[in-house]
Design a protein around this ligand. Sequence first.
Ligand SMILES: Nc1nc2c(ncn2[C@@H]2O[C@H](COP(=O)(O)OP(=O)(O)O)[C@@H](O)[C@H]2O)c(=O)[nH]1
Ligand SMILES: [Mg+2]
Length: 341
Amino acid sequence: MPLEHGQPAHSDHNIAIWGAPGSGKTTFLAALNIALILKEGPWKVIGADGPSRDFLIEMTSVLSQHQRFPEATLTLGHYRWFLSRQPEKKGRGWGFGRKPSPDHRIGLDVLDAPGGFYRAKRTGSGTDREELLSNLERSRGIVYLFDPIREFKDGDAFNYLHGVLTDLAGRMLAKNRFGDDMLPHHLAVCVTKFDELRILETAEKLGLLAPDPDDPHGFPRIDDDFAEELFQQLCSVSATGNARMVVPALKQFFRPERIKFFVTSSIGFYLDPAKGVYDPDDPQNLVPEAPTSPGDSRSTGIAPAGKFRIRGQAHPINVMEPMLWLGQRMSSDRRRGEAGG
Ligand SMILES: Nc1nc2c(ncn2[C@@H]2O[C@H](COP(=O)(O)OP(=O)(O)O)[C@@H](O)[C@H]2O)c(=O)[nH]1
Ligand SMILES: [Mg+2]
């Protein structure tokens, strides 16, 4: 995966994104740039080719300026980005003759798929499904998005997961390259839409909600150590009950020490600009979309009327963190020479 004018990224350093339709994949990708900008940390995202840069520009403006969600994905989008880390300053940086470490760049080779592509059955979406599976097979980091809100209603996360997992394991393990018959990926399991009241309330009932001490606005968050507990709890109330099988199914194929849970929200909580701090009595950053003229969605590429839009500024929670965790884990694998390719 070459940059247009730069060094190639390591192909074992790619991250794939995976989840049922509506689980929030496109919004998560759209929020990544905003998360990195708001964090004011050393990481930035760079588009490696024209369409990937266009997506970044368009999605950042859809979320931040238009305060809308991205349109439902209709065609398979293929984006090549890099998370790039600024060299450290003073004494340890590039300016003192040191080369940038290979860990300064994480490749994100992302296929953003429309709804049906991850469907359990292998029929129908032929080459595109093939491309998705190849993408999962090539990558060594996976972000798996689980949407509890969709799960309350439809209860189909397990179906979407299981078909792809079975195919992926069949393709990779049949080649018998990995002695223990476990997949070599690091897996970030992300509960999405943490900002939704039902999830917030569940977390509160379990006593898992705490203000983030590093956050000047006092937004609540779930410590990563408790993210799995919340995930399990949310799975136990799904429409069909099948969601209980999601974590055990993942643990059958991914090594437990390579799985980490995160509780995320692409839009985060509402912040009244006049107050500047989180108000637990008014947390929702989501409002029903006012009807718009049909021309609007054509000209701006944003969702049609009848849906939700974002109420204030997006404050992504745990969007950057899973990516960086995966990047770091893949780097240490590579240093130890066990990319598993
Ligand atoms: N409350 C909330 N809703 C979200 C969030 N992200 C996405 N959504 C909702 O989920 C819908 C589907 O998201 P999308 O990113 O298109 O899902 P995809 O099909 O997996 O790409 C959006 O239109 C929003 O209504 C979030 O962070 N919080
Ligand atoms: Mg999408």
